[in-house]
Design a protein around this ligand. Structure first.
Ligand code: PLP
Length: 367
């Protein structure tokens, strides 16, 4: 981070602005010795459920576990198929295979790079059990067709909301539309902990009850285990830190939107650097600001030379990863996903970034 004039994200700058509050919260936990779960985590669960407009939030160890716990709780089992996308972080599909199910990929819409909902229905088979839309880059997938198909074929819907804290679809927030949703609080996410942390959000009391036990060894009372679960609990420290940061989330997301709008406006003068589209009805939170260009590699080098850190999310679609060679998918499958993977570039974006820094990035892109 220190090597870049403009980093991709700047967590240090964020801490500096709320140091007193965060330090006090951490000290509270250390002095109470409630290191795992405990009152801070319970309070965070209530506050985050309410933030999402959902019935319940169950905190766990990380976003990958949150996805796995959600899939298991909605009833996905060995041999089932789960429809998702290949333009995502591998955690999405690791969670599917962790419960013994098989990921079935659909292509993405070339303008948003989100699940192309027109292609979902043709992938439904007798084995399909769930649809797993990924609200990538902070923009929600169009949930209406997904919920319609799910109703028609009796499928479950689990949202991967790891990049979408506070994102909206026609005024409803990520996490409250599917049967369950998974959030990650990995430090760099829009709402990030100071280590690994995650949560499941759901409106279904049965799913909430199942996850609450499953994350803690299937435990119903001390040394009484209703079923075998796992150890995936949130630390008290993370709960306390997240409670402080949650109070800033709307302000940070608004700032991300304003900076994204500035990028989009300034990039109009560079025809070969195209921002992603925002869907009608979507209110994104810009976890990442992604553009597409036929000159991606040249731009990447030029930005790095100018001291500007960028990323590619993600350079290798999952169906082309060695880890999924066993699925035997032709490498020319999912043409839009493959095409985008060579063209996408994530530009620096974080709430503490200045307008001048946005101008400086665009300046380098235009020369
Ligand atoms: C970060 C992320 C995850 C996994 O979260 P962890 O907390 O790192 O386990 C899952 N899906 C997506 C799309 C992510 O960006």
């Amino acid at each position: 981070m220190a090597n870049y004039r403009i980093p991709l994200v700047d967590l240090r700058a964020q801490y500096d602005r709320m140091k007193l509050e965060v330090d006090a919260a951490m000290l509270r936990v250390v002095e109470s010795a409630a290191f795992i779960l405990g009152p801070e985590v319970e309070a965070f669960e209530r506050e985050f459920a309410s933030y999402c407009g959902a019935g319940a939030c169950i905190a766990c160890g990380n976003g990958t576990d949150a996805l796995g716990l959600a899939l298991e709780a909605v009833g996905v089992r060995t041999g089932d198929e789960v429809i998702t996308v290949a333009n995502t972080f591998i955690a999405t599909t690791e969670a599917i295979t962790a419960v013994g199910a098989k990921p079935v990929f659909v292509d993405v819409d070339p303008t948003t790079l989100l699940m192309d909902t027109r292609l979902v229905e043709e992938k439904v088979t007798k084995s399909t059990r769930a649809i797993l839309p990924v609200h990538l880059y902070g923009q929600m997938v169009d949930m209406d067709p997904i919920l319609r198909i799910a109703r028609q074929y009796s499928l479950k819907v689990v949202e991967d909301a790891a990049q979408a804290h506070g994102a909206e679809h026609w005024g409803k927030r990520a996490g409250c539309l599917g049967d369950a949703a998974a959030f990650s609080y990995y430090p760099g996410k829009n709402l990030g902990a100071y280590g690994d942390a995650g949560a499941i959000v759901t409106n279904d009391p049965a799913v909430a009850a199942r996850v609450r036990r499953a994350r803690n060894h299937g435990r119903s009372a001390k040394y009484e285990h209703e079923f075998e679960g796992r150890n995936s609990r949130m630390d008290g420290l993370q709960g306390a830190i997240l409670r402080v940061k949650l109070r800033y989330l709307d302000e940070w997301n608004a700032r991300r939107r304003a900076l994204a709008a500035l990028y989009t406006e300034k990039l109009k003068k560079i025809p070969d650097v195209k921002p992603l589209a925002t869907r009608l009805g979507a209110e994104p939170v810009f976890h990442l600001y992604v553009v597409q260009s036929s000159e991606r590699e040249a731009l990447r080098r030029r930005l790095a030379d100018a001291g500007i850190e960028v990323g590619v999310h993600y350079p290798i679609p999952l169906h082309r990863q060695p880890a999924y060679a066993y699925l035997n998918l032709p490498s020319e499958a999912l043409p839009e996903t493959v095409r985008a993977s060579a063209r996408i570039l994530s530009l620096p974006l974080y709430p503490e970034m200045t307008e001048d820094a946005v101008s400086a990035v665009v300046e380098v892109l235009s020369t």
